[in-house]
Ligand binder design. Structure first.
Ligand code: PXG
Length: 288
């Protein structure tokens, strides 16, 4: 494995950032989680675009062009021998003096790791996930816009811990108004009356790239999609439900807050979307 840090490649044990990096001290930074399938980096341009938007939103000037970042991602995969896996791309504010102000941080750090990820055991994709709603609300756009994929994940981590403490692997997070936003690391879809429903990004969720792929697949399959505010009730009575994310891909949900969803196994529409998704990732993407 070779890790990219600002244009240089290091062995795993040699890849280090300063303890004065504001990414470490304050969570002052942004990231992307990207997948590579059969030597194709999936939706690389979309991920870099979102990274650029995140950077703009936190007033961090990226000293690298879109093309340079794309090449660095591919080169990290090549040097790490990763043809199928997970790419973690991080941009931190860089090392500076103690204190919140980013003014003393002169050089942002671009870190790229290519490795493996398995969020859920393979059988969960057939059996489906059981999840709960967490009492921890999703941070709202007035505090920290959830569209920014920032290094501040404590909000989501607290919800994840809450779920784990109750024996569940994932949690639904509501926004401040009590509408469904998303899960801790995934967007969410429900099927009702032949239509897919998903909270709009304005509910306070990440502009998920897998979410967009699902919208594209829905158009292709002729399944209508409605982006509307959802309540917990809408989840409880859903015919099917699934989560989407670069790490989780498309995973069926079979129980929410102890209410069985559909027949209690991952539903047929979920299956069709997962199949269509797998067909896309195998052939689309930026060639290494
Ligand atoms: N919401 C949140 C809060 C996320 O963090 C998604 C939705 C799905 O977005 P994408 O663009 O991936 O479809 C995410 C992304 C991990 C991991 O290490 C988490 C994500 C992606 C990759 C890895 O747990 N979440």
């Amino acid at each position: 494995m070779k890790i990219h840090i600002n244009g240089k490649y290091y062995d795993k044990d040699e890849a280090k950032v300063s303890v004065f990096d504001h990414g470490f001290l304050y969570g002052d930074g942004i990231f992307e989680g990207i997948r590579v399938y059969e030597s194709n980096v999936f939706k690389l341009d979309e991920h870099i675009k979102r990274l650029e938007y995140s950077a703009k939103a936190i007033l961090l000037n990226l000293p690298w062009s879109h093309a340079e970042i794309a090449e660095a991602v591919c080169e990290t995969c090549r040097r790490s021998g990763v043809t199928d896996g997970y790419i973690r791309l991080i941009v931190t504010r860089g090392a500076g003096a103690l204190g919140l102000s980013p003014k003393t941080c002169k050089e942002p750090q671009l870190i790229i790791i290519a490795d493996q990820i398995q969020l859920y055991a393979p059988e969960i994709y057939e059996k489906g996930l059981k999840i709960i709603t967490s009492a921890t609300r999703r941070m709202g756009p007035a505090a920290l816009p959830p569209m920014i994929k920032s290094l501040n994940y404590l909000n989501n981590i607290l919800a994840k811990i809450e779920a784990a403490n109750l024996g569940f692997q994932e949690a639904v997070m509501l926004n401040n108004e009590g509408y469904v936003a998303e899960c801790t690391g995934d967007n969410l879809f429900v099927l009702q009356g032949g239509k897919l429903f998903t909270p709009p990004v304005s509910s306070g969720s990440l502009t998920g790239i897998t979410r967009q792929v699902v919208l594209d697949i829905a158009a292709e399959l002729g399944v209508p999609v409605v982006e509307s505010m959802l309540t917990r009730y809408d989840l409880w009575v859903a015919e099917e439900m699934f989560l989407t994310g670069s790490a989780a891909e498309i995973i069926g949900v079979v129980e929410v807050d102890h209410r069985k969803i559909g027949s209690g196994v991952a539903g047929p529409v979920t299956g069709r979307f997962l199949e269509a998704f797998r067909a896309r990732v195998a052939k689309e993407g930026t060639k290494l």
